[in-house]
Design a protein around this ligand. Structure first.
Ligand code: GLN
Length: 456
């Protein structure tokens, strides 16, 4: 993996920082094996893991993709990182992202632009574009991403890999740089559903450092895969699948629609009963998400003031120091989000925007609940298009935001969702991948993983 990383990284730029102790960590595991003695190796022993750079690591810089945190080294590991290391995983480096997770292309990084391994002229998606590109190019086995409105699932779709957004609260957010705290989750990317499930197992569970992490028991996803019989015909017999009607509207590429239709046939072959379901409030998710995410971010990002956190611009006067540090440290997209959020939260506009968006959020949560009361899972495309060309949406934020339509509702409802590659559309030199999104009820990751494993 390391030689492949060195070979491909100059074209891809998936990593902001590559660890210089990968071989040493691998050697330690080898030594443990050679020594024998029956000491158990963790389920991730020797597994090369990429970590999105908005997730804190004590032994490497953690920038959040922002110049304001250039050279920042946190004094601790995020809980997810600590857990994966305890299970034997080796962090190979920190992957590129849109600044603080705000974007859908990874072009919004303060450091570099990451390429899509399927076509170097196209974006890998975002904001976890580095994590998706690294797994897709086999620079590492699995990677951590974060998903506030689709940032694990849309890049997984664009790069042809598996991506899982867990239920809100399943994985501790301790050490994840907050973007929109009520929506943020740490998620996993890998080349197979089994890899992603085993990885999720290693990082999940309650954490006393994150009050919103859940005390729900974490099922043993590893033994789940061992128990699945891949030779059975119709292994998903009778499983009810709801295809969300609103996700196949006019704005969706015809190639994506064909791939989803083929995926539906494949699910039927596996025994599923697939029916269309309507989520009438689906299209309201996008505006509600952008109001809520921007509002929460405007508050969360106030800590980067050059004093508590962030590179300091020297000034004799305190307010000028804050303003100077923020003006020079943040990129344009982040500034725009802070302005939008501050506006939506301000006294005269709060009721019209923030409060209204919260009401919409409740509607969306309820409509998912109703649909999932009568269906085991819901399905949709992971994105309305395949990976697009670099620069295509760079100066058109609204069209970039519109591309998040398939994913943001799931965060508003706090549900788990799995993206699995389901076909190709013509483009690039060997086709461009399409991802199928499977959405489950809260804490039903096990069901998604089982279906995904049989589907892929
Ligand atoms: N593209 C969305 C945004 O810019 C989602 C980002 C994310 O999930 N971190 O907010």
């Amino acid at each position: 993996y390391l030689s492949r990383l060195r070979l491909t990284e100059p074209q891809l730029n998936s990593f902001i920082h590559v660890s210089d102790s990968v071989l040493k960590s691998a050697q330690e595991i080898d030594d443990k094996i050679a020594k024998g003695g029956g000491e158990a190796l963790g389920p991730l022993a020797g597994v090369m893991v990429g970590v999105k750079d908005n997730i804190c690591t004590a032994d490497m810089p953690s920038t959040g993709g922002s110049r304001i945190l250039e050279n920042y080294r946190p004094p601790f590991d995020a809980t997810a990182v600590k857990r994966l290391k305890e299970k034997g995983g080796i962090v190979v480096g920190k992957t590129n992202l849109d600044e603080f997770g705000m974007g859908s292309t990874t072009e919004g990084s303060g450091f570099q632009v990451t390429a899509n391994p399927w076509d170097l002229g196209r974006v890998p998606g975002g904001s976890s574009g580095g994590s998706a590109s690294a797994v897709s190019a086999r620079q590492c086995v699995v990677s951590l991403g974060s998903d506030t409105g689709g940032s694990v699932r849309q890049p997984a779709s664009f790069c042809g890999v598996v991506g899982l957004k867990p239920t809100y609260g399943r994985v501790s957010r301790f050490g994840l740089m907050a973007y929109a705290s009520s929506l943020d989750v740490i998620g996993c990317l890998g080349t197979s559903v089994a890899d992603v499930g085993i990885f999720l197992n290693a990082i999940s569970g309650h954490d006393k450092f994150d009050a919103t992490s859940s005390k729900q028991e974490v099922p043993d996803f590893e033994s789940l895969f061992a128990s699945i019989n891949l030779l059975e015909s119709k292994p998903l017999s009778g499983l009810k699948v709801g295809l969300i009607r609103e996700t196949l509207d006019d704005g969706v590429d015809s190639g994506v629609k064909s791939a989803i239709n083929a995926a539906v046939l494949h699910m039927q072959e596996l025994g599923c009963i697939v029916n269309e379901v309507s989520l009438p409030s689906f299209s309201l998710g996008l505006p509600a998400y952008y109001i809520l995410a921007s509002s929460e971010s405007s508050s969360n990002l106030s800590r980067y003031d050059g004093v508590r956190y962030g590179k300091q611009t020297v000034s004799d006067e305190l307010n000028a120091l804050y303003a100077g540090s923020r003006a020079s440290g943040f990129g344009p997209e982040v500034k725009m989000r802070i302005l939008m959020g501050t506006y939506a939260l301000s006294a005269g506009y709060y009721d019209a925007y923030y409060k209204r968006a919260q009401q919409v959020r409740t509607l969306i949560r309820e409509s998912f609940k109703t649909a999932l009361d009568t269906n085991d899972i819901l399905i949709s495309p992971a994105a309305p298009s395949v990976a697009y060309k670099m620069g295509e949406k760079k100066n058109d934020p609204l069209s970039m935001y519109a591309g998040d339509i398939m994913t943001v509702n799931v965060n508003l409802a706090g549900l788990p969702a799995l993206v699995v590659p389901c076909g190709f559309v013509e483009g690039g030199s060997s086709g461009l991948p399409v991802g199928l999104q499977m959405i489950g009820a809260a804490f039903h990751e096990e069901k998604l993983l089982k279906i995904g494993h049989l589907f892929e």
